[in-house]
Design a protein around this ligand. Structure first.
Ligand code: SF4
Ligand code: SF4
Ligand code: SF4
Length: 327
């Protein structure tokens, strides 16, 4: 695969290129709000922020945000407003999946994707297995390289974003990305992790996962951090008969129900596993199953807006408002 090269830009407005794109989109009223990562109060944590005012826009850090941008947008974003969303490939893949399932309105979204090819250390187990480090589904693709940023507008919306800025300064050289080299490493990591499970007999594999699930304290962290879990009346809630209330560990249907709901759309963002206080390697399970479905159904989640999801969307009439209690 040919290396991807994007024109390098700077900003003469006193901020980075990502901040410049966000600021000018608000100033020119392309959008009503911007959703991006920012540095937390302690100067180290990365946290998400919704910005409705140019004056509030903080520098956008180079590290990924631990919370899912897609989930935040679905949960807190006003569906009638237009947003710039700045995120990593897994964030934007989840946004695409939610759009396909009528949970977000693609027409209202301007996606700025930041590449992860140069992420020095995989910040989670899922990142180590992640072969999709270039956000080609975005309107604007940004490649970070230390202080320099290469950008490429890939859609009409992307061109509008870039043209909205009067402070982007094109620089002479380009930033190149050999994403295939990193993808190869990720596939090697996948093989190591998945082969370990594949080499077990079905009975051993079942025993392995049941043993893992025995550690579960039903805290709902995995469900509550997953961008793809969007049912408002969740099958796993106490008002539904699927999982008995007050029992620990929860019966296997707890995990099987989630698996059935997200297997075709899991984007391997790893948020579920990061949220799990019991260190259960759940994203490995979801990722592995999704890989099997990719082969069978020829569908890789979130890579483009055009290919319909293979197992369909949950019909709107089934998405009724729940009481929001867990148990
Ligand atoms: S899972 Fe992939 S796209 Fe997401 S933050 Fe990790 S390396 Fe980046
Ligand atoms: S199941 Fe886990 S890895 Fe997959 S999309 Fe949900 S949070 Fe991300
Ligand atoms: S986050 Fe971990 S402990 Fe909590 S419900 Fe999910 S699997 Fe169980």
């Amino acid at each position: 695969m040919k290396a991807f090269a994007s024109k390098r830009f700077g900003s003469d407005a006193g901020g980075g290129v990502l901040r410049e794109l966000a600021t000018s989109a608000l100033e020119k009223r392309l959008v009503d709000e911007v959703l991006a990562a920012r540095t937390g109060m302690d100067g180290e944590d990365i946290v998400p922020a919704f910005y409705a005012s140019v004056a509030d826009i903080a520098p956008i850090p180079s590290a990924p945000c631990p919370l899912s941008m897609a989930r935040l947008l679905k949960q807190y974003g006003d569906p009638d407003k237009r947003f710039v969303v700045i995120g990593r490939t897994c964030d934007l893949r989840a946004v695409v999946e939610l759009c396909k399932r009528n949970q977000l309105n693609a027409d209202n979204l301007y996606l700025i994707g930041v590449d992860c090819v140069n992420l020095e250390e995989p910040h989670s187990a899922a990142c180590g297995r992640c072969e999709f480090r270039m956000p080609f589904m975005a309107d604007v693709v940004c490649c970070l390289n230390g202080g320099a940023t290469g950008i490429e507008a890939r859609t009409e919306k992307g061109r509008a974003l870039v043209e909205a800025s009067e402070n982007l300064v094109p620089l002479d050289d380009e930033i190149e990305r050999d994403a295939e080299r990193v993808a190869e490493l990720a596939r090697k990591q996948q093989k190591e992790e998945f082969d370990e499970l594949d080499s077990m007999s079905p009975a051993e594999r079942l025993h392995y996962w049941l043993h893992q699930f025995e550690k579960c304290i039903k805290c709902y962290g995995c469900r509550n951090s997953c961008p793809i879990c969007y049912c408002t009346d969740c099958y796993l809630g106490p008002r539904r008969p699927l999982v008995r209330r007050g029992e620990l560990p929860p019966e296997g249907t707890f995990h099987l129900a989630r698996l059935a709901h997200v297997a075709d759309s899991c984007v391997n963002c790893g948020r579920c596993e990061e949220a799990c206080p019991m260190n259960i390697p759940i994203s490995r399970l979801y990722h592995m199953l999704h890989q099997r479905l990719v082969k069978a159904l020829k569908y890789e989640a979130g890579m483009d807006f055009d290919t319909p999801p293979p197992l369909g969307a949950i019909p709107a009439e089934k998405l009724t408002e729940g009481e929001g209690e867990d148990g």
